[in-house]
Design a protein around this ligand. Structure first.
Ligand SMILES: *[C@@H]1O[C@H](CO)[C@@H](O)[C@H](O)[C@H]1NC(C)=O
Ligand SMILES: *[C@@H]1O[C@H](CO)[C@@H](O)[C@H](O)[C@H]1NC(C)=O
Ligand SMILES: *[C@@H]1O[C@H](CO)[C@@H](O)[C@H](O)[C@H]1NC(C)=O
Ligand SMILES: *[C@@H]1O[C@H](CO)[C@@H](O)[C@H](O)[C@H]1NC(C)=O
Ligand SMILES: *[C@@H]1O[C@H](CO)[C@@H](O)[C@H](O)[C@H]1NC(C)=O
Length: 772
């Protein structure tokens, strides 16, 4: 009670309409150009503006631009340029054209590669299909400083590969390679995408080195390498973050010319991720799957919980990996059909170990039942709280590192597990579902018993992301009291982490605080893509002591949204979680925080609602938005505003839409959601203050044990005071721009230094990769 009072007094009253109104912070384009000192940006923009009037010309490049015969380049490029309007640009271009020709001459001498049969014989550590049908296969292997690729593509034209943070070629790092049909010469060209146009231009410095290239009747295969960090601003640094890997195929017979691609696509990948491989010894498997469950078309968000009996094992085994089993069939005219490429509504699945009591009969009965709707499952199922496997859309499954396994059958006899499946059915189709998880386990025990710990921001509507923000952060704290109470004297060892949020998240990091010092990030993703959720191995592991603090921080880009995004399980809502794999196993299963209710509403200037006092509101949020014993008028209000009816776990979203403001008088009679929607979110002073108050202010912390009891009492505490590390260790590196060269390979001769290649920029590559 005392704490609450302190809270209320210290809350910052922000939204009192007296805020200074700032002018719009988006200057007009010309103004922007005039003011912007970055000449490269200005150049590209000017170029773009100058060319924009002739869009049809832009798409048609000279046919033989890059053909072996230099005369054709010389003939056609000026012609191409002459078609562009502005004279001054043409002059500058002519000058550049000559330089490009020079560049090509040099390149032909140095990097043509007549190698129908040559292959590096490298052992490829990774192989991924970039497209759905397996027409484009990327293999790679890296050292600490460089990465070598092999690209096999079903084309006899060119093949393009690219790296970007976005799923398009704007400002992407691109490389184009081809083998010409007549001479069998392979070529490679380092390019980048323009910022304001889907077009590729050659880099000033060529950082890719061709190793080999050949084609057969169907495929073009090239091998090439580069530094991970080329120190070239026109190249992407290949690091720990997720990259969108772009690909494009040219039409048949397009060697030496670069007409528009005929096929393209992208895939999120982390190229440097070490992979945990399945054991070489045979594994047993246990399929945990929903059977013949019909997902009604009226439900956009549906949580289904089903209890399973574990295989009967006489002694302890280790779970070492899992794979998703996705089997969702759309129901057409009452009949489930197998449809190629039909998207499954399965959004995520978590398998929990249950801490069942002695009444095995009851659990047996549940395991034989079809399952339960999340919100109406039997209360005892709350003891199924220890996550064993967490799968989310975009993951192919996981294998654990070789030194750890999750115990199975440890207690001897029967034990029970619960599979929770989140169906995200925004399109409102009807499906027959048989999805689930295949658990791989082994009797040859590994060195350590591991467990998963869930941490981050408690899932509730209070986890609000304002609209119109480029980078808005939220944090969830795992408190030192919690880790102090639940962890062993010698601490735990963190092995890997799965970072989880939804579509607007761009960065997630897992911070480690000891005392008032931040240690290096346990894991960090600066290019988050919700469609690619693979866990991240923590290199060398991390020792985490009792009393240390764990902070999950998520940064969202909501600039395309008009309305605030509320926290929740639906794919249209947001989350900020990390699932931490560690050993030895402890009693701790979940460790979260959220903004205290009173603090939250005060931040938006709201003091009182009709019908419910703040304590009652808080109670509802703490029970995940359950609506027992509400005043009837309010309940009706909430049901009316609730998106899913009361079918899914609501997490308080309905409440936000149903609560009507009483005090202060300025906002009286508005619902809280209407009030939120009307806030001037484009005012940076307002949103920065809100972000700071909610993330760096008070947190209500939760510490859940495996048996659903509290490991530490619910507490309200301030964001910890610690010295942040400024940059993560690995990224601190001095780069001498343009001075780095690949060590020369025996396969490439020539004396000219690549770095002295003329700085030529023009349309030598063409629009390669255009995505939705
Ligand atoms: C052509 O090359 C591709 C990629 O290297 C290979 O998969 C395919 O089997 C080859 N086809 C023939 C007919 O050799
Ligand atoms: C599911 O339904 C199909 C067809 O209706 C049936 O053949 C199958 O046995 C059912 N599976 C289970 C586990 O009930
Ligand atoms: C941690 O727990 C011990 C008892 O196990 C207690 O003596 C100590 O004060 C606690 N420290 C913190 C920071 O809570
Ligand atoms: C708010 O609503 C109540 C009852 O519905 C009404 O009596 C009151 O005048 C309204 N106040 C304002 C400021 O609109
Ligand atoms: C935070 O810690 C630093 C250094 O330990 C100290 O100087 C500072 O006063 C602390 N701030 C607060 C608000 O406690």
């Amino acid at each position: 009670m005392h704490l609450q009072t302190v809270l209320i007094l210290s809350a910052i009253f922000l939204c009192n309409a007296k805020l200074p109104r700032l002018r719009q912070h988006v200057p007009e384009l010309p103004q922007y150009l005039a003011q912007n000192s970055h000449s490269s940006i200005r150049e590209e923009l000017t170029k773009y503006l100058a060319q924009n009037s002739h869009s049809s010309i832009r798409d048609e490049l000279p046919k033989n631009l890059a053909h072996n015969s230099q005369s054709s380049i010389q003939d056609e490029l000026p012609q191409y340029l002459a078609q562009n309007s502005h004279n001054s640009i043409i002059e500058r271009r002519n000058e550049r054209t000559n330089r490009i020709v020079d560049q090509y001459r040099t390149r032909h001498r140095r990097e043509s590669f007549n190698s129908r049969s040559y292959e590096s014989g490298l052992v490829w550590a990774h192989t991924e299909r970039l497209d759905d049908s397996g027409d484009v296969i990327l293999r790679w292997v890296n050292t600490d400083s460089s990465i070598t690729f092999r690209l096999e593509a079903r084309t006899r034209g060119y093949v393009g590969l690219g790296f970007n943070s976005a799923r398009n070629m704007r400002k992407a790092d691109l490389v184009v390679a081809w083998v010409d049909d007549t001479h069998g010469n392979a070529q490679i060209l380092d390019c980048h995408g323009l910022a304001f146009e889907d077009r590729a231009v050659a880099d000033e410095v060529q950082n890719y080195e061709l190793i080999s290239g050949f084609q057969n009747d169907t495929h073009t295969t090239v091998e090439f390498r580069r530094q991970l960090d080329t120190c070239d601003k026109q190249d992407t640094v290949i690091g720990e973050d997720t990259l969108q890997v772009l690909w494009a195929l040219g039409p048949e017979g397009s060697d030496g010319q670069l007409p528009r691609h005929v096929q393209s696509g992208s895939r999120p990948l982390r190229l440097l991720q070490p992979l945990a491989k399945p054991d070489s010894i045979p594994l047993k498997h246990w399929d945990v799957r929903i059977s013949n469950f019909t997902i009604p078309h009226v439900m956009a968000t549906l949580f289904w919980c089903k209890v399973f009996k574990a295989p009967e094992l006489t002694r302890k085994h280790h779970i070492v990996g899992y794979e998703p089993l996705i089997d969702s069939r759309p129901i057409r005219s009452g009949i489930p059909v197998m449809e190629k490429n039909s998207l499954s509504p399965v959004h995520h699945m978590v398998l929990y170990e249950c801490n069942e009591d002695h009444d095995k009969r009851q659990w047996n009965k549940w395991s034989e039942s079809e399952g339960f709707l999340g919100p109406s499952r039997p209360g005892e199922l709350a003891t199924c709280a220890t996550p064993i496997a967490a799968w989310a859309m975009g993951s192919k499954g996981e294998f654990l590192p070789e030194n750890v396994g999750i115990p199975l059958g440890e207690k001897g006899g029967v034990s029970y597990y619960m599979l929770e499946v989140h169906y995200d059915n925004q399109e409102l189709h009807q499906f027959l579902d048989n999805s689930g998880i295949r658990i791989h386990y082994t009797s040859s025990l590994r060195a350590h018993d591991a467990a998963l710990l869930g941490a981050g921001v408690g899932v509730s509507a209070l986890h609000m992301i304002p609209p119109k923000q480029r980078a808005y952060s939220t944090v969830g704290i795992c408190s030192p009291e919690c880790t102090n109470n639940t962890m062993p004297e010698e601490g735990i060892n963190i092995v890997s982490v799965l970072l989880h949020a939804h579509g607007t998240a761009r960065k997630i990091s897992l911070k480690h605080i000891r005392g008032n010092e931040e240690l290096p990030r346990i894991s960090e993703e600066n290019n988050y893509d919700a469609r690619y959720q693979q866990s991240r191995i923590v290199p060398g592991g991390r020792r985490f002591f009792k009393g240390d603090t764990l902070i999950t921080e998520c940064t969202y880009d909501s600039s395309s949204r008009d309305k605030p995004i509320l926290g929740g399980y639906s794919a249209t809502q947001e989350m900020c979680l990390s699932f931490v794999l560690y050993y030895p196993r402890t009693e701790l299963a979940g460790c979260y925080s959220m903004t205290p209710v009173v603090e939250f509403f005060e931040t938006f200037g709201v003091k009182e609602f009709y019908g419910l006092n703040m304590m009652e509101v808080e109670k509802i949020f703490l029970s995940s938005g359950t609506l027992d014993s509400l005043p009837p008028q309010l309940e009706a209000n909430i049901r009316e505003h609730s998106v899913d009816g009361m079918q899914g776990d609501d997490q308080g979203v309905g409440l936000m839409k149903g609560l009507v403001i009483k005090d202060p008088p300025e906002f009286r009679n508005k619902t809280f959601m209407a009030h939120l929607n009307e806030m001037p979110w484009v005012e940076p002073l307002l949103t920065e203050q809100i972000e700071k108050t909610l993330s760096k202010g008070w947190h209500m912390t939760f510490c859940k044990r495996r048996d659903d009891s509290w490991g530490a009492p619910i507490q309200i505490q301030n964001y910890p005071n610690f010295t942040e590390i400024t940059r993560n260790e690995a990224s601190e590196k001095s780069c001498n721009y343009k001075s780095v060269r690949l060590p020369s390979m025996t396969t490439t001769g020539g004396t000219a230094s690549r770095n002295t290649l003329a700085a030529a920029i023009l349309a030598v590559c063409i629009p390669i990769i255009v995505l939705r």
